[in-house]
Design a protein around this ligand. Structure first.
Ligand code: GCO
Length: 255
């Protein structure tokens, strides 16, 4: 098969929340496929350190530190891209947080913080990117959902709600922007070895339950999302729209 199908040379990708975790793994994978990547995070120092690491590995990388829950900051960041002649060809809406507690114990403030960070951010950043992609007649939007886009478990209600919203935001983006040459899709990671899940990885009882639920009988590694990300970022997916690809070891397929 022609590798050109998955070639990202000449493309610029913005990955939100990419100074660490899944976002960083995806950014590195897109860079290895040829993309110039823009690293985003809320902490400028951490963004700069990640950019330096990417450049040290020979990748084309720049940074843009902004808070994905701050609409004015997002609008300003895209105005900056415009001023610098940077066209965002690929947007990966990855930024997200997790808060675990019984649903009855969540305050509306805590609820809104998760929804704003994990869902509303994808809308606002996606809207700003899409305005420019529509004008150019092409673009790739990849929203990072979750196994929780499909299934729930106790103590992660706001996260699950937000990730379910990501699945239908993706469909809404797809049906509104496909005619403008934009493909909007999502990736649904399963249980991945990330800082966000450290407490779960260390919990023996949770691991016993989890391994009974995952057909692959192991945690996923962040770099195992790269294949789906490169596929959805490349010409190989030009007729794919509104889909979510679960990278979860088979967990969403199992009773
Ligand atoms: C949890 C985890 C999950 C994973 C992943 C599952 O507490 O259950 O944080 O939400 O992060 O999103 O697919």
């Amino acid at each position: 098969m022609s590798q050109a199908l998955f070639d990202l040379n000449g493309r610029t990708a913005l990955v939100t929340g990419s100074s660490r975790g899944l976002g960083r793994a995806i950014a590195e994978g897109l860079a290895k496929a040829g993309a110039r990547v823009i690293i985003n995070g809320i902490d400028p120092a951490r963004v700069d350190a990640t950019v330096a690491g990417m450049r040290g590995a020979g990748h084309a990388a720049d940074g843009s530190a902004f808070d994905v829950t701050n609409e004015a900051g997002i609008v300003a960041a895209f105005a900056g891209f415009d001023a610098d002649g940077i066209a965002i060809d690929i947007l990966v809406n990855n930024a997200g947080i997790q808060v675990r507690k019984p649903l009855v114990e969540f305050s509306s403030v805590e609820w809104r913080r998760v929804i704003e960070t994990n869902l509303t951010s994808a809308f606002v950043v996606g809207r700003e990117a899409a305005k420019r992609m529509i004008a150019r007649g092409r673009g790739k939007i990849i929203n990072i959902g979750s196994l929780a886009s499909e299934l729930a478990r106790p103590t992660v209600g706001p996260y699950t709600t937000a990730k379910g919203g990501i699945r239908n935001l993706t469909r809404s983006m797809a049906v509104e922007w496909a005619a403008s040459g934009i493909q909007a899709n999502a990736i649904g990671p399963g249980y991945m070895l990330t800082d966000m899940n450290e407490a779960l990885v260390k919990n023996a009882d949770f691991n016993t339950w989890l391994m009974s639920r995952i057909p692959s009988k192991r945690w996923g590694r962040p770099e195992e999302l790269v294949g789906a990300a490169v596929f959805l970022a490349s010409g190989a997916s030009d007729y794919v729209n509104g889909q979510i690809i679960y990278v979860d070891g088979g967990m969403s397929a199992a009773m």
